[in-house]
Design a binder for this molecule. Structure first.
Ligand SMILES: Cc1cc2nc3c(=O)[nH]c(=O)nc-3n(C[C@H](O)[C@H](O)[C@H](O)COP(=O)(O)OP(=O)(O)OC[C@H]3O[C@@H](n4cnc5c(N)ncnc54)[C@H](O)[C@@H]3O)c2cc1C
Length: 337
């Protein structure tokens, strides 16, 4: 098989648990590899991960290049980047994908720089397509799609003159949908070919802070924008989220103003969500917010401005003062429940 048709996904593992974005990327790679007639591969670095790696077949992965070494049990930039470079050089995939996480954003540029190839950060979509540069038509190349210029345009970026094409993709953007028939995963051990000079830093202790909010998994999200950021409106937004059994989301200025934590932010630079119900309270609906919630199954928007862009997207729009509307919704729900 032509290795250039294969897609390699960088797998993030912490505490022997894979980051959800790595699994999402395998699913996306499965879709792209079908179009290319190639194989979904993964590169995993860590220690004692063999059993967990076998489960990647559920997401379409057929082969894992795995380096097991106690010194790789915790992530450090230089050794990880060097090993990924060596595996790419050896197996020559055509496309390499990373999560746009702290780890992915650290490793991917180092790898791209070492291999002198293109890297598109924070993609929101990936496709296979073609592109002509002067007399040369490049076919079956990766179209790396992402918002640009503050989200005002959607840019398609290609880097056909260097191989592999590399992209980072934000968490939650690609759908996590296990494949119909689980693949048999072939695990190819790759010896750790690094020496002590590559291990410039040592992890002495890991202090883990669990997320208090899980917007990605929430089926109902009630979100506060600047129009619901005063204490009374925010309390009502929280109350509605609580009685509906949902999570509290918000727009970016609510985070930037220090009212809520970043874990609550929905949008292009926040979290991408796909709940069954999204209630936008006092949110104007700028493109950067919509980028994170447009795929909600049902959207209810509450806004005092009938021209607010959020109404173009909402399935149900309520024009009114956030406090009045939320008060009535809470009362109605409590009376009915
Ligand atoms: C590169 C970049 C990335 C960005 N990323 C994100 C992101 O991830 N997420 C995000 O949300 N934004 C993001 N933004 C910011 C985005 O452009 C908007 O500025 C932001 O979404 C607006 O937030 P908002 O709707 O809460 O506030 P505003 O724009 O201030 O809108 C408030 C809305 O509330 C309504 N309102 C006011 N008072 C009331 C009331 N009493 N009752 C009812 N309605 C009321 C108003 O009519 C208005 O529509 C980004 C911007 C850039 C440039």
């Amino acid at each position: 098989m032509d290795s250039k048709k294969n897609i390699l996904v960088f797998i993030e593992a912490r505490n022997r648990k894979f980051a959800e974005v790595s699994l999402e990327l395998l699913c996306a790679a499965d879709r792209l590899a079908r179009e290319l007639g190639g194989r979904v591969e993964a590169v995993a670095l860590g220690y004692n991960l063999e059993d967990e790696l076998k489960t990647l077949g559920r997401y379409g992965c057929e082969r894992v290049y795995y380096t097991s070494d106690a010194r790789l049990a915790h992530f450090t930039s230089v050794p990880y980047a060097k090993m990924v470079v060596r595996i790419i050089e050896k197996y020559q995939p055509g496309i390499v994908l990373f999560g746009a996480t702290t780890m992915g954003r650290d490793v991917a540029p180092r790898v791209a720089s070492a291999l002198k190839c293109g890297l598109t950060a924070d993609c929101t979509d990936l496709k296979i397509g073609e592109h002509q540069i002067k007399d040369t038509l490049y076919q079956n190349i990766l179209m790396q799609i992402r918002p640009a210029f503050g989200g005002n345009i959607i840019a398609t970026i290609v880097s056909p003159e260097s191989v592999p094409s590399m992209a980072t993709v934000r968490e939650g953007v690609m759908k996590l949908s296990p494949v119909e028939t689980e693949k048999n995963v072939e695990i190819l051990p790759e010896p750790c070919s690094l020496d002590e000079h590559d291990f410039l830093s040592e992890v002495l202790e890991v202090i883990r802070e669990e997320k208090k909010v899980n917007l990605k998994a929430a089926q109902i999200i009630v979100s506060a924008g600047m129009g619901a950021s005063d204490p009374e409106s925010l309390a009502l937004t929280k109350e509605l989220a609580r009685i509906l059994g949902g999570e509290l989301g918000c727009s970016r200025p609510v985070v930037d103003s220090g009212i809520l934590d970043k874990d609550h932010q929905v949008g292009q630079t926040g979290i991408t969500v796909r709940p069954n119900l999204y209630i936008a309270c006092g949110i104007s609906g700028q493109i950067q917010h919509r980028a994170g919630m447009a795929e909600a199954k049902r959207i209810i928007a509450i806004n005092k401005d009938p021209q607010a862009p959020i109404f173009a997207l909402a399935h149900y729009g309520i024009v009114g003062e956030v406090k009045d509307v939320l008060g009535k919704m809470i009362k109605a729900y409590k009376t009915k429940a």
